[in-house]
Design a protein around this ligand. Sequence first.
Ligand code: SIN
Length: 550
Amino acid sequence: MTKLSQVDFLVMGAGVAGLRAAVELARHGDVLVVTKESVAESNTHYAQGGIAVAMEGDEDVALHLEDTVNAGDGIVYRPAAEALVSEGPLRVAELIEWGASFDREGDTGAGELLRTREGAHSLPRILHANGDATGAEISRSLAAFAHVHKRIRFAEWTMVTGLVVADGRVIAADLASAGPLAGDPKPHRINTRSVLIAAGGAGQVYSDTTNPAVATGDGIALAAQAGAELADMEFYQFHPTALSLPGVPRFLISEALRGEGAYLRNDRGERFMERYHPLLELAPRDVVARAIAREGMGATPDSVSGSPSADSRVVHLDMRHLRNLNIRDRFPGISAFLAQHGLDLARDLIPVRPAAHYLMGGIKTDLDGRTSLPGLYAAGEAACTGVHGANRLASNSLLEGLVFGARAAQSMLADSLPLVPADAPAADHKPLSVNEEALVEDLIANLQASMWAYAGLLRQESTLREGLAAQEACGASLAKLAEQGKSSRRLAEAQAMSRVAHAILHSALARTESRGAHFRNDFPKRDDAQFLKHSIFARGGEAQVLFEAW
Ligand code: SIN
């Protein structure tokens, strides 16, 4: 773990937003990128389908804007979407110049960029790399570019355990070792001009998620704890098609399969999407996810509450009719994973069900990454600019990381906050006993299961209240350990998940309508008269939800 006592800029997270920001910041100062595991382990790394970008001029950009706004179900903050789609082409061109290699026509590597289509896109505009490993290529190329920069240092296997606020401004952060062989568990305080949270999402809050184990919402929880406002926390996107095999992780089966023509079939073999949306399998993601949940549970919309479970009726993805597509070349990573479980996309029906995938909400920021707390900035999935509204358009998230990572870095540079040394060192911590670590694991598993059951795809007041009671009990047990000065990586992650769950549950209870990814069985309609607004959690430290129009 680094023992630097000060750095100009501290970036939490080494996904696309954090790395893009670090490159920008390093033009004018020293940067420390802190990441809980290795640089390669981020949500970015696991993104399969691609990066949506309108590279064909103004008309293309205008269409990308409309698709983004339409997917967001009435509450996309239009200036944020305009920034995303209009600055996106420049950011992607820059990335290509820095070494990212996207798939092209022909074998020479010099042909036209290949573009695919995904749900709710009006035309094919999604670039991909190595077939279905787009995030890994973006992560690899940005990390390689950042690593040679002398002003960027990396602190891998390191956690940010606290933000230090003085006179209403973030002035320092506490870092602790997060590695399996953590040598020195004592946290150490680092002074900094400003902190960027780009630590990704919080899929681990749910028992069923496509996200890696590191996605525990640490950055969002730290910001909230330090007093920053959160926004739109009720909007959690459930990816329609994660693999559904007993005992196998909820591996993402990319939407790009449906972009290439895959069908969805219920347990009677019917292509059921025609009953739900004219765009069939390429309907917006929230519509497809709910349709699968309903078909899978064999229920009518009104009788369903909760989220589909492993013993739900099986829904399948079907690519068997796509005889002209070389499926294994187009989707090498997915094909290889399925092969380990005896499945072949060209031959077999693939069992799928939804899983938590992407948080549209997060730390509330302006268009330039500024949070409500001076000295603290946020970008990427951890942030909420309003760009996705109630439902993110497929493959807009890698672009979001590039565009808003760069914008946040530019405002950190422009704000040019001075270094103010913190006047106390970080507090010491005691390690947890083996039994206490086991208790933390149990608390996490219970929280995840209750969030899936009570605050998943289909919600209602009674289940959300049950979820809140479970979360509050979990939070109280975790607080007891923390009050004794105990600390460990898993305790910190559990506290983060519990805080994020708290914000999701309160926000979901307050939005008494259905919109985008947030569906309430007890309020199944969109209510534009009341809710053409964004939710704000914990303004002024109050655990209450306010709504405001942006
Ligand atoms: C996918 O490949 O289906 C995921 C892409 C995304 O989440 O935008």
